[in-house]
Design a protein around this ligand. Structure first.
Ligand code: PLP
Length: 399
């Protein structure tokens, strides 16, 4: 047939993280003892009180359409959480609940972008942002941020990257893949540029509950009225409450943007799953102790992993402050040889690790970081120990 399918759809890169995780799963199913460092989701069950609320919702017949932007109860719970946790005032009319954070983010770009609008994405970045922007007719503009800068965009670099076509900056803190968190001071400086140059900020705060040590978590929109008017704050229950499969993400936005998002969503998806909305309401309103237990477990693993990696030859990492990833620079291995052949690049490192050492890692070329690998610590301590031993063995074999 000569009918051409959508150019936009054909330009989308399939998610490489899902591909590697799938390969590791397949090997496991074949009985191979694989350690999978690819996980992008907590390895804990959804807390029981949340599951119970969902079961009750089914029994009570809460199985019909809800308002497109989400139930009043859930939006009230989110509004309270924004106030208490983020120091942000979002009325329920400014809140839109969607089918997971990815859907929230796509809705945001659909609501704010016109064809050709540029969106600044600090690099390294979570690999879905550029694809989402392209799907919404925008143009991703990458600003490279180095290890010396803790992989964060400075106000100066942002200012230099803004053009007449810039519509928004994507800010992700805590960050996937780097684990970095923006300080209040850094956010104040960025906010000054955003307001002066009159662009929007899409602030992805999906990992806001997973913060370690003394780090303070600050929502950029809370800094002052001017930045609040230009910020769309995105979060969700996936990572914080171990609810990745329930698919609930949400946004607090200026009223005009929230209205547009609600109307887009009413045609594209009607509403997020009614039962999952009840579960998310319980997650936000119910006891928070389980969340703290998960956070502390992640913290133990983070400390262990960072220490082990710091002791390894040829690789370097910065101490992660949030989320559940360690971001490791492997570039010093590229000139080395393994079994008589030059390593060359990051995809080869990942290939050798999975093929010869049964260890699945995420090479970060699609995250804008062709020198790095991302290891997730959302896996058991036992697997972490075993996987790091294997990476250590690989490094020992390099010449
Ligand atoms: C930075 C970041 N934002 C958003 C999301 C989307 O989360 P969800 O599973 O709710 O779609 C993810 C998931 O991997 C993420 O890493």
């Amino acid at each position: 047939m000569s009918l051409e399918l959508s150019k936009k759809a054909k330009a989308v890169k399939p998610s490489s993280t899902l591909a590697i995780t799938a390969k590791a799963k397949k090997m496991k199913a074949e009985g191979i003892d694989v350690v999978g460092f690819g996980a992008g989701e907590p390895d804990f069950n959804t807390p029981e009180n949340i599951c119970l609320a969902a079961k009750e919702a089914i029994d009570k017949g809460f199985t019909k359409y809800t308002p497109a932007s989400g139930t009043v109860e859930l939006r009230q719970a989110i509004s309270r959480k924004f106030k208490e946790f983020n120091n942000l005032d979002y009325d329920i009319n400014q809140i839109v609940v969607s089918n997971g954070g990815k859907h929230s983010l796509t809705n945001i770009f659909e609501a704010i972008l016109n064809p050709g609008d540029e969106v600044i994405i600090p690099s390294p970045f979570w690999l879905s942002y550029p694809e989402m922007v392209k799907l919404c007719d925008g143009v991703p503009v990458f600003v490279n941020c180095t290890a010396e800068e803790n992989y964060k965009i400075s106000a100066k670099k942002l200012d230099e990257a803004i053009t007449e076509k810039t519509k928004a900056l994507v800010l992700n803190s805590p960050n996937n893949p780097t684990g970095m968190i923006y300080t209040r001071k850094e956010l104040e400086e960025i906010a000054e540029v955003v307001v002066r140059r009159d662009i929007y900020v899409v602030s992805d705060e999906m990992y806001e509950n997973l913060v370690y040590g003394d780090e303070e978590i600050v929502s950029i929109a809370s800094l002052n009225d001017e930045i609040y008017k230009r910020t769309i704050t995105c979060s969700g229950v996936s990572k914080s409450y171990s609810m990745t499969g329930w698919r609930i993400g949400y946004v607090g936005a200026p009223l005009e943007i929230a209205k547009l998002m609600g109307s887009i969503q009413s045609h594209q998806a009607s509403n997020p799953n009614s039962i999952a909305q009840v579960a998310a309401t319980e997650a936000l309103n119910g006891p928070q102790d389980k969340i703290e237990v998960m956070r502390q477990e992640f913290d133990k693993r983070r400390i262990y992993m960072y220490k082990r990696i710091s002791e390894m030859p040829y690789v370097s990492a910065i101490n992660p402050q949030g989320a559940f990833y360690v971001f490791i620079d492997f570039s010093k291995t590229f000139e080395k040889t393994y079994k008589g052949e030059k390593i060359g690049d990051i995809s080869n490192v990942a290939r050798i690790l999975i093929d010869d050492f049964k260890t699945a890692v995420i090479p970060c070329a699609d995250f804008g970081a062709p020198q790095n690998i991302r290891l997730s610590y959302a896996i058991s301590m036992e697997d972490i120990e075993k996987g790091l031993d294997r990476i250590g063995e690989f490094l020992k074999e390099l010449n």
